[in-house]
Design a protein around this ligand. Sequence first.
Ligand code: CP
Ligand code: NVA
Length: 301
Amino acid sequence: MQHVLSVLDIQDQISDILKQAQIFKQGHGTVEPLKGKTLAMVFEKSSTRTRISFEVAMYQLGGFPLYLSTSDLQLGRGEIIEDTSRAMTRYVDGVMIRAREHQDVVKFSRNSRVPVINGLTNLEHPCQALADMLTILERKGSFKVKMVYVGDGNNVVNSLLLATALLGMDFTVACPPGYEPDPEITKEAFKIAEKTGSTLEVTPHVQKAVKGADVLYTDVWVSMGDEEEADQRLKDLQAYQINSELLKLADPEAVVLHCLPAVRDQEITEEVLNGPQSAVWDQAENRLHAQKALLYFLLKD
Ligand code: CP
Ligand code: NVA
């Protein structure tokens, strides 16, 4: 049973999934390949892009998406996640879960009869990384580029570390001390990078890191679940904003990415978010194409 809880789970298929995503984006590919298939989409946290893109992806592939909020499920009243999985996966062909704790998605997958996709946890956001790689491929034509992430070393960064390492892209994470990405994932990504030839770096020196970058990326300073630490985070991350001044240090052709939602004048300024170098709206659109490819790969007969 193939689950996609981490980018590592698609390490052998990531290039093929991206190729398939391009085929779907061009309007080609098998017609309704998932006819008769149902995807349960379980959300423990808010979502705009993930919910809509998965729902539309299933519809466009001929299948049926089922939106389930944990507060409406018995899970919200204390039914354990293992039992939820045992029952739910008798009805559907696949499950996408957005959960607070990564371990909950692991527990769900261990009791599942069908493929489980991580739609974001505190540890990873693999579907986001797929759309990001698709966007970079479109804008830059290859993965032989240098991407620099500026800000909090969170779930999105963990998945980006693995994806860039697998695809041989150079990737630097510029973050304040104490905000580094997950140490285990970082270790794993560095190990993969040794084989693929990508250069990875985690550094507090933002200006130096950004010099000559082809892609700049950021995400919110306060992720879902980090709200109690908001005041401290806003102070600690002040120097890690993508603004026009920082963007000038990158390659003149550099593109800017953000997984969204964005908080203007925290991690990014309006001027950059909607400026000529921004690719964020294409990036948001690419969630749909990348996930269609992922669903096709996991659920087709
Ligand atoms: N980027 C992303 O996952 O957005 P949502 O939280 O709106 O799904
Ligand atoms: N790091 C953010 C990503 C939102 C898509 C969060 O976890 O809230």
